[in-house]
Ligand binder design. Structure first.
Ligand code: ZN
Ligand code: ZN
Length: 435
């Protein structure tokens, strides 16, 4: 047996249903807010992330699956989605085709990290981006949508955290204040933080090493160094969030680990994963489109880890039981049995059937294992009379139904034609809808 690569995982039947449900909720919520789906390649030029994600980030320095392809080009499996989304926005001049460029994407990302519980080298993200809008109203809408998404997935006890990291104009002053505040404490920092202090002091806020925490807690707050424009942008964002009924906390530690963020940053933490775990995170990145060779356009977005969302979702009811299992007795019944299966499937019912010429007992055993709601038996007797024997596996009752009525009976009184949705997915989103 050749096992899967370390840090990758198969999503199997039994688990995939939760993924499908999560993806359905994602598409539904994104659609309501006017987002269109796009799909970009999982492989890109290495320089896209060196320039986009940032040369000094751990992602680019240590974690990329980068290599030279057979044509001699430096390429990489994408470690995150935002630079690809920016590339697609610029390359296809999307602003000429979409009234507001609101796009989302679902797919795998790749980072060569140390595998831990719930952390994979191939993981999956929802990525949501908007280009060309600087208005703080959008910052609030994006955060409100993220909160609505978490709520629609049935995840409870999640917490919205926001901050502002300022712009190219006011951030240098904050950076200097950080370095001053670190002063002679720098020697007490962990090795990573000492390196961060030299390269990008903002990243010290990301440190999780316990001995660094008292030092990090005492550092100055970015929001105390905002220029007037950044200040009023942040006030407008938080003001609208309050008006929209989104509960949130401002955290000065939320600077996020990537180079491109400007102004608003946010995360949604927790659910049953605990407050240490971000379900999703993002922010504004007004300089990134230009940095990647595009026009000077604002940008804002977030990425959500699908593994985490799926893990934080409440336990669902599992897959729907098949509607029917067809048991064929004897050679003459086999073709009519397959025809019956076809008719049931065309009526949007789930119909299973056994293969190979096996005994009634063996077929019934298999029917039981599938948890089918009905077993439909076709033998010489049934064929002669144009009937099907229908066993209701819930009540144990058995009836004979005319062949021409079976499909209608099963389709009519038993089952909706489309897969059931849990009630919460149909509920309108928002805070006042019956909690
Ligand atoms: Zn500023
Ligand atoms: Zn540290």
């Amino acid at each position: 047996m050749i096992p899967a690569i370390r840090g990758t995982h198969d999503i199997l039947p039994g688990e995939i249903e939760r993924w499908q449900q999560a993806e359905q909720v994602v598409r539904d919520i994104c659609g309501r807010y006017g987002y269109r789906e796009i799909r970009t390649p999982v492989i890109e030029r290495e320089e896209l992330f060196a320039k986009g994600t940032g040369e000094t980030t751990d992602i680019v320095q240590k974690e990329m699956y980068a290599f030279q392809d057979k044509g001699g080009e430096r390429v990489t499996l994408r470690p995150e989605a935002t630079p690809s989304m920016v590339r697609a926005f610029v390359e296809h001049a999307l602003e000429q085709h979409l009234p507001t460029v609101k796009i989302f994407s679902l797919g795998p990302m790749f980072r060569y990290e140390r595998p831990q519980k719930g952390r994979y080298r191939q993981f999956h993200q929802l990525d949501v981006e908007v280009f060309g809008v600087s208005d703080a109203a959008l910052d609030a809408e994006v955060i409100e949508m993220a909160a609505a998404l978490v709520e629609a997935l049935g995840i409870e006890d999640a917490e919205v955290v926001v901050n502002s990291v300022g712009c190219a104009e006011c951030r240098p002053a904050f950076g200097r204040a950080l370095v001053t505040a670190l002063g002679d404490r720098e020697a007490d920092l962990c090795g990573d933080c000492r390196r961060r202090a030299a390269v990008n002091p903002l990243r010290i806020f990301d440190c999780k090493v316990p001995s660094c925490q008292p030092i990090v807690d005492a550092l100055p707050h970015a929001t105390d160094y905002l220029c007037d424009a950044c200040r009023s942008h942040f006030d407008a964002t938080t003001g609208l969030l309050e008006a929209l009924g989104v509960a949130f906390r401002v955290s000065h530690r939320l600077v996020r680990g990537l180079d491109y963020y400007t102004r608003t940053t946010f995360e949604i933490l927790g659910g049953r994963l605990g407050a240490q775990n971000a379900l999703l995170g993002g922010g504004r990145y007004d300089g990134l489109v230009r940095r990647l060779g595009g026009p000077d356009r604002a940008g804002i977005g977030f990425a959500a880890g699908m593994e985490r969302l799926v893990l934080a979702m409440p336990d669902g009811s599992g897959p729907r039981a098949p509607d029917a299992f067809i048991v064929a007795l004897g050679d003459a019944a086999r073709q009519p049995a397959h025809l019956l299966a076809r008719d049931l499937r065309r009526a949007a019912l789930t119909a299973l059937i056994d293969y190979g010429d096996r005994s009634m007992k063996a077929q019934l055993r298999r029917a039981n294992r599938t948890s089918a709601r009905h077993v439909l038996i076709l033998g010489d007797d049934e064929l002669a009379q144009g009937h099907v024997t229908v066993k209701d596996m819930t009540s144990g009752g058995e009836t004979r139904v005319g062949r021409d009525d079976v499909v209608r009976n099963l389709a009519g009184d038993l089952l909706p034609a489309s897969p059931e949705q849990p009630a919460r997915m149909r509920r309108p989103i928002g805070r006042d809808d019956g909690d």
